[in-house]
Design a protein around this ligand. Structure first.
Ligand SMILES: [Zn+2]
Ligand SMILES: [Zn+2]
Length: 305
């Protein structure tokens, strides 16, 4: 995607997002499901310290009442930044988004959306929060979270990573029930999120995907053994074991030194004799210890090492 506004650190002109959109249901279960999916993705990529912020922006009716209440609160406030002085009449919701320290200070006593939710919107919000709790997701209610765009309705959320500074949101999303219709499409409820890939990369561990588990090298001698090793390699990867092999016709010595260079923890040696007996030699690289393992059991044995 391309950004219209001025680029800054962590906010590039051209950027990448990992998106999820779920269309067609207004059920709070879907909100929870989408947030659970996001948290699971962030967990699997080993995002470190982070906070999940959740708010409800209510339906357009609730928002209308809240805007009126907020506008009234802001009307005689002194010292708002230039932008906010304009926004308080045009779109007071955006004042909540202001990064100015002084504006933030003024907003401390501002009304919050939660107090303006009608019974339906409140029930929806409470159900989402209840489901998040039930599935062990830690969240913080963020009464002033409005997201940067005007089309959100009801649930809005952000994940902020500790240590990213002012641009600390790595992911965010929410419901946008009115958007499809506004753009000329059908009246479809919808919810989604976007993970900012560039910002996520800044906070992920550098050795992600390299430090886990054992690395295995398959040393194969001869075409038949290479064919068998290739199948084995796919099975290993499906079992979550990181594996490599060489596709050339190199000597065992050359393959062993390649295994060393790749930092393999174990090497499996397969030749014609091993194909016949159905057993291969499994060598532990650090010590040179070697044991025989049945080829059929290798994926299980290696996955358990
Ligand atoms: Zn409402
Ligand atoms: Zn401001």
């Amino acid at each position: 995607m391309f950004r219209y506004e001025r680029p800054q650190k962590g906010r590039y002109r051209q950027f990448h997002q990992i998106n999820c959109e779920a269309l067609g249901s207004n059920a709070p279960e879907l909100d929870a499901e989408v947030i659970l999916l996001l948290m699971e993705i962030l967990k699997r990529v080993q995002l470190g310290a982070s906070r999940l912020l959740v708010n409800s922006l209510g339906c357009p009716d609730c928002q209308q009442k809240f805007k009126a209440g907020l506008g009234l609160f802001l009307i005689n406030k002194e010292g708002l930044c230039e932008d906010c002085q304009r926004r308080r009449t045009t779109n007071p919701l955006r004042v909540l988004d202001c990064k100015s320290a002084h504006c933030k200070e003024i907003l401390k006593d501002a009304p919050v959306l939660r107090d303006y939710l009608d019974p339906d919107c409140l029930a929806h919000f409470n159900r989402v929060l209840e489901l998040l709790s039930r599935f062990g997701v830690t969240y913080e209610e963020a009464p002033r979270l409005v997201r940067g765009l005007d089309y959100y309705t009801r649930t809005a959320f952000e994940v902020v990573a500790v240590g990213l500074g002012a641009q600390d949101a790595v992911a965010g999303g929410g419901r946008y029930n009115g958007l499809a219709k506004e753009l000329g499409g059908p009246d479809l409820p919808a919810i989604g999120f976007a993970i900012g890939e560039d910002r996520l990369m800044e906070v992920l561990p550098e050795n992600l995907g390299q430090g886990d588990g054992k690395k295995v090298f398959l040393a194969a001698l001869g075409a038949n053994a290479r064919d068998k090793a290739f199948s084995l390699l796919q099975t290993l990867r499906q079992a979550g074991v990181a594996g490599e092999m060489d596709f050339g016709d190199r000597s065992l010595k050359a393959q062993m030194s390649l295994a060393d260079r790749l930092g393999a923890d174990y090497t499996v040696i397969i030749g014609d004799r091993e194909l016949e007996t159905g057993k291969a030699a499994l060598r532990r690289m650090a010590t040179g210890d070697q044991q025989e393992v049945a080829l059929s059991l290798l994926p299980m044995v290696l996955a358990g090492l």
